[in-house]
Design a protein around this ligand. Sequence first.
Ligand code: TMP
Length: 212
Amino acid sequence: MPVDVTGKFITIEGGEGAGKSTNIDFIIKFLEKNGIKVLQTREPGGTPLAEKIRDILLDKSETDIHSDTELLLMFAARAQHLHEVILPAIQKGIWVVCDRFTDATYAYQGGGRGIDLHRIAELESWVQGELRPDLTLIFDLPIEVGLERAGQRSAPDRFELENIEFFKRVRDVYLLRASQNPDKYAVINAEPELTQVQKELTEVLNQIVMNS
Ligand code: TMP
């Protein structure tokens, strides 16, 4: 039987203030301790060109970006990132841990901006072909708690300026997608203190390492 030498593709999602960065550091250390070669990256971004697109997307002085333009820029950045970084890594057996991916497009451009989810699905197939994450971890918490936590950090970007209803729609789409495909998603309660969150996270990570 052929041995599966491709690396796993793990994506990390969550609303504002969900503690993604801290938990990504924890995930990377956990995988490395288990002898796994890992590449950490992010979207939008992850290559010099895609990081330039990110700068445009997050720039709050860009007040007139049409939602279709925003969607296409997300996928333009993704195409570059996929071909330049993600695919070469997983083909070498490296695990890729990506801070946001296409679930964020469904949540923010689909849920938040109201773009038809079928249109997003078409772009997903075009840009990604068959590639989908092996596992998506969603750090979830009530919107009000997340915004309160996020507000204590740096100046808001173009997305962080959105209103609470926008973020509720974002969260609803994340949770809906997780409920529709429970084998590929783990929703982690990001509300309790960090040690509790990381206990739950460790259980999920143990599963994926054991099954690899
Ligand atoms: P970050 O703050 O987690 O780095 O993500 C940057 C912002 O980009 C965040 O507000 C979510 C948004 N985003 C989208 O709207 N659609 C996408 O496809 C991605 C990857 C991110």
